[in-house]
Design a protein around this ligand. Sequence first.
Ligand code: NAG
Ligand code: NAG
Ligand code: NAG
Ligand code: NAG
Ligand code: NAG
Ligand code: NAG
Ligand code: NAG
Ligand code: NAG
Ligand code: NAG
Ligand code: NAG
Length: 816
Amino acid sequence: MAIICLVRFQLQFLIFLLYTTSLLLKTSCTGSYPPINVGVTLPALEIFAGGVNYFTGPIPVSLSNASRLQILDFSINGLTGTIPKNLGSLKSLVRLNFDLNNLGNGEVDGLNFLSSLANCTSLEVLGLSENNFGGELHNSIGNLSTQLKILTLGQNLIHGNIPAEIENLVNLNLLGLEGNYLTGSVPDLIGKQKKLEGLHLHVNRFSGSILSALGNLTRLTRLFLEENRFEGNIPSSLGNCKSLQNLNLSSNNLNGTIPEEVLGLSSLSISLVMSNNSLTGSLSLKVGNLHNLVELDISGNKLSGTIPSTLGSCISLERLHLEGNKFEGPIPESLETLRGLEELDLSENNLTGRVPEFLGGFSVLRHLNLSHNNLEGEVSRDGILANASAFSVVGNDKLCGGIPELHLPPCSRKNPREPLSFKVVIPATIAAVFISVLLCSLSIFCIRRKLPRNSNTPTPEEQQVGISYSELIKSTNGFAAENLIGSGSFGSVYKGILSGEGTIVAIKIMNLLQKGASKSFIDECNALRSIRHRNLLKIITACSTVDHQGNDFKGLVFEFMSNGNLDQWLHPTTEQQYRTKKLSFTQRLNIAIDVASALDYLHHHCETTIVHCDLKPSNVLLDDDMTAHVGDFELAKFLSEASKNPSINQSISVALKGSIGYIPPEYGMRSEVSVLGDIYSYGILLLEMFTGKRPTDDMFEGDLNIHKFADMAFPGNVMAIIDPSMLAEEEINENEVNEHGIEERAIIHNNDFQVNRTSNIEECLVSLMEIGLSCSNKSPGKRMAMNIVVNKLQVIRDSFFRSINRLGKNVALYFK
Ligand SMILES: *[C@@H]1O[C@H](CO)[C@@H](O)[C@H](O)[C@H]1NC(C)=O
Ligand SMILES: *[C@@H]1O[C@H](CO)[C@@H](O)[C@H](O)[C@H]1NC(C)=O
Ligand SMILES: *[C@@H]1O[C@H](CO)[C@@H](O)[C@H](O)[C@H]1NC(C)=O
Ligand SMILES: *[C@@H]1O[C@H](CO)[C@@H](O)[C@H](O)[C@H]1NC(C)=O
Ligand SMILES: *[C@@H]1O[C@H](CO)[C@@H](O)[C@H](O)[C@H]1NC(C)=O
Ligand SMILES: *[C@@H]1O[C@H](CO)[C@@H](O)[C@H](O)[C@H]1NC(C)=O
Ligand SMILES: *[C@@H]1O[C@H](CO)[C@@H](O)[C@H](O)[C@H]1NC(C)=O
Ligand SMILES: *[C@@H]1O[C@H](CO)[C@@H](O)[C@H](O)[C@H]1NC(C)=O
Ligand SMILES: *[C@@H]1O[C@H](CO)[C@@H](O)[C@H](O)[C@H]1NC(C)=O
Ligand SMILES: *[C@@H]1O[C@H](CO)[C@@H](O)[C@H](O)[C@H]1NC(C)=O
């Protein structure tokens, strides 16, 4: 934090010099506020911004004299008072943002100034959320600029209805009205705002039915209606919102069934929450379409019938809440595929049958509630089933066995001694190997087929989750050369199209002739089986069988990453690639955060710490919207496993298998595999991303390496060693905007103005290089832990997006 402060100081100094104004800029990290007379002293000011500080006091009235002002952004401060009415005379205003301050004092006329903004015909962003504005929204809201894209009024004290005039705001992307006291029904015309991507109406007192016209909003990605008084059915037209990623209808008075159309929305990827309503009927088989969904919560309703076995296809699920319904029948075996589950709550239903043993093998499960059902039979003692504080089965009268804390009666079938002696007698290593091989072959839905000729009639089980050798052949057109997208140390990767849904996948075929490939398959299976994170390459299925020649065949099927790997982007080789494969600064920063988040997850959030051991740009894959996914777990080591056998051989073999340039120096000195090694590789990767130089570049010879190269330029000459291609015009595409929300939209405005953000980038680059240098430090103990890296990177990204500035125009930036 201190560093960022310091760098900002330099920046202010720069601007200060540039404008030779007599502004009193405080350079410490303690108090000051925008000068009262800024509008008078700087009448030509165009951007006036100082977000994320501790400014207090009122907004200077004199600002209305700065008649060229386009951006006025003091979000996240402690400003008080009201918005001066005369700001409406600033006709060029594009962005007026006071989100998260203490403005307004709850008075009924608190929002009257909105009518004074009618002359700001270029206004695109109006941010007033998280203040204390009271009063009602008047129909003058319809007189705001039709250019308005973002209107945030959430978390204030606003009451009354949404005026119908809001229909004039046809360009709205985001309408945020959450956390107020708004009442009445939502006007029908919201369905006309076809550009709406986010509609945040949650935590208000809206009533009436949910409009079926919402189905016209095909760009909608977030729809939050929870904690209102909506009633009636969920309109099936919501199924037309094909971009919807996050839908929350929790805590309303909704009834009727959950429309199949909504359950069929495979775009839903963040959460689908309908809890605490009065929904009835059964859960449609269509729920299996939610392949990408991370959270499904339909608890606290009156849903009945059995839990559909298709739920096993929702392989991204991390949280599944079905509690407090009337589901009956057994817990489907197909749920065995939901290996990423962290929370599973099936309590307060009428479920019967046994507690599935596979639950004990779910390694990231940390909350399992099966209480108040009709389950029966023996409870095993594996995994979470052995942790009474994370697992509950109370109120199931027919259960027996389990750990003593559960207070269940012993099972009549006598065999109480076996599990204990099993653990004691068989050496831990053999058990671990045995269990992991068993789990791998059982759990990654492997299908063993010895008679491939029969493959025309796949069994139902196979259709659902597994994949056969024949299907792999078909999907890759017989492993055709044109489908080959890469080959690595242990095999080849093909692009394939699965029949059925036509899902495009990447299929990695192990080269079993290569020594160790079979072990590598098991290692990778093992590594991937238990982990799931948005920045890790997701395994879809696996195939271990015998091919048509009777040879062993092992393949892994992954999500297909349409944008290839990071290496191709950082180091284009053809003329064509030079033109098309350009990574902007923002994209690089986002990728850096993605990769760091993946490592942080592996290092700190998996049950056993996992060391990737082969981080390099070609193992960082990029999907459609350039989100990075770390892949290739061939060399991954579970730390418990590694530390169990700290044999020198193992460490050396890993070192030799890692990639030159990214292997930490200590591996060469026979030290053990550790997370610090990954951090080193990450540091190198970060330096590579921002300098554009490979660690193996010809220029690095003798004493000079990429770390030293960056260190010599740090901090004063960082701009001299960066990859210049990232400073070329920042192109922010729609996807990026969608994903990162408001703050990046600000950058779009910058683009519109041809803003030169070089100096802001410099500030960030210095901080980035510092992280890269720390991570790639020669002595392992001095490297920064991954969770700290993630935090720091996020701070850098926030400060980059929040501080809009440019040189060459009149800008005043304030930082404390
Ligand atoms: C600032 O604007 C006000 C009217 O809005 C005007 O009366 C005043 O003279 C202006 N001050 C300067 C220094 O231009
Ligand atoms: C808008 O501008 C017109 C003419 O410039 C002026 O008459 C009117 O009062 C202004 N309206 C507001 C709300 O400031
Ligand atoms: C909105 O503008 C229209 C015409 O431009 C005007 O008649 C109306 O009074 C304005 N409404 C409000 C509430 O300012
Ligand atoms: C929504 O689309 C339907 C046709 O799909 C149309 O009849 C209806 O008028 C539209 N609603 C709104 C509010 O635009
Ligand atoms: C659903 O709720 C609406 C409004 O509260 C009510 O009119 C309707 O009868 C309810 N339908 C069912 C099936 O309960
Ligand atoms: C959706 O609803 C749940 C349950 O009410 C709530 O905890 C969660 O914060 C909501 N999600 C969002 C994004 O608002
Ligand atoms: C369910 O919704 C009601 C209002 O509809 C609310 O009072 C209650 O607290 C909610 N319960 C939960 C568990 O969210
Ligand atoms: C639970 O299911 C059994 C049959 O499986 C049924 O007899 C019983 O009534 C159900 N209980 C509830 C509360 O629905
Ligand atoms: C399990 O669910 C029941 C009923 O929903 C609840 O009372 C209990 O607190 C839950 N137990 C745990 C450990 O969460
Ligand atoms: C048991 O579960 C609790 C709560 O999820 C967790 O904090 C604890 O670490 C677990 N204990 C073991 C031994 O896994």
